[in-house]
Design a protein around this ligand. Structure first.
Ligand code: ATP
Ligand code: MG
Length: 283
């Protein structure tokens, strides 16, 4: 059987979560910081540890079959790859920001201004769509200090919390794109059985992350009201208790509106609510 190769970031913001995801998929491998390639002992897969900028091209050229990388890097490198799965981590936005005291107040004000960025391709496309001609200054890092040094009037950079902008006296001004880590594959690789198996494992881990396993006790007379509040994969399991008028309800609820739902369940008569993390959900 052919051994697949998956490229992930060697070190940086996506490394830890990428390794964690693959480990949660049941893949056994050593995560030596010094190695460039690591074989998986229980799946025909090798892991390549690379700079994130190189991942899209490696996948496009078939040197790696799969990759985990930020959408921003894929868009910037303008490669032909297949998006296989959004991964829900590494979330950030590419934003244009200006100094707090800037007289740039609308997108049109960017006309003729200098914007420093490490994302010239994405920014160029965005400005073109807005019919704005600016002077895009491509730099390789520390974009946020360039207005302070007089190198640009604005910047276009990745932002997650906005803390870096704030500490450099900048304010976000316009959203260019939002991004998260995605699983990509070289064209037509998605049809391979091994890749399908891997995608299913990834999806089962992601599904589990979005949900919690909940067990609660409720008096039989309140059971319909409690069940009405539960989504579950199918209908919830209802288990008899030693005390005759009471039952235990086992179900799965989404992380998203977790606390709202718990307080609704309490109001409907749920007691002794136990909440547990889920490792995998296989449909
Ligand atoms: P490499 O050494 O691999 O080239 P890098 O320095 O280019 O790493 P990182 O800063 O580690 O890249 O970021 C990797 C990815 O993490 C980004 O491309 C982006 O998709 C995502 N990300 C999430 N939040 C942020 C953020 N606040 N700033 C920058 N990137 C972020
Ligand atoms: Mg990089």
């Amino acid at each position: 059987m052919k051994t697949l190769k998956i490229a992930i970031q060697k070190s940086g913001r996506l490394n830890e979560k990428s390794v964690e995801l693959l480990k949660n998929c049941g893949l056994n491998f050593e995560n030596y910081k010094s190695s460039l390639i690591s074989p998986v002992s229980n799946f025909p897969l090798e892991i390549l540890f690379l700079r994130d900028d190189d991942i899209p091209e490696y996948v496009q050229d078939g040197i790696a079959d799969l990759g985990i990388v930020g959408e921003n890097v894929i868009q910037e490198t303008e490669v032909e790859v297949s998006y296989l799965q959004r991964l829900g981590f590494g979330k950030c936005s590419l934003k244009i920001a200006v100094p707090n005291n800037s007289d740039i107040n609308s997108l049109a004000d960017l006309h003729g201004k200098a914007i420093a960025t490490t994302y010239p391709a994405i920014l160029g496309k965005f400005l073109k769509e807005q019919n704005i001609t600016s002077d895009i200054r491509t730099i390789s890092g520390s974009v946020e200090i360039s207005p302070g040094l007089g190198l640009s009037d604005a910047i276009c950079d990745l932002v997650s919390t906005g803390g870096t902008l704030k500490s450099n006296g900048l304010k976000p001004f316009a959203d260019v794109m939002s991004s998260e880590a995605v699983l990509i594959g070289s064209k037509s690789i998605a049809e391979s059985d091994l890749v399908q198996e891997l995608i299913q494992r990834v999806q089962s881990v992601l599904r589990a992350k979005e949900t919690k396993y909940v067990v609660l006790n409720v008096e039989k007379q309140n059971l319909p009201a409690v069940i009405a509040l539960l989504p579950g994969v199918k209908s919830p399991s209802v288990v008899p208790l030693a005390e005759e008028d009471w039952v235990a309800v086992h179900t799965v609820i989404p992380e998203r509106d977790f606390w709202d739902r718990i307080s609704q369940l309490k109001q409907a008569g749920a007691q002794g609510i136990v909440v547990m993390p889920i490792e995998k959900i296989i449909l």
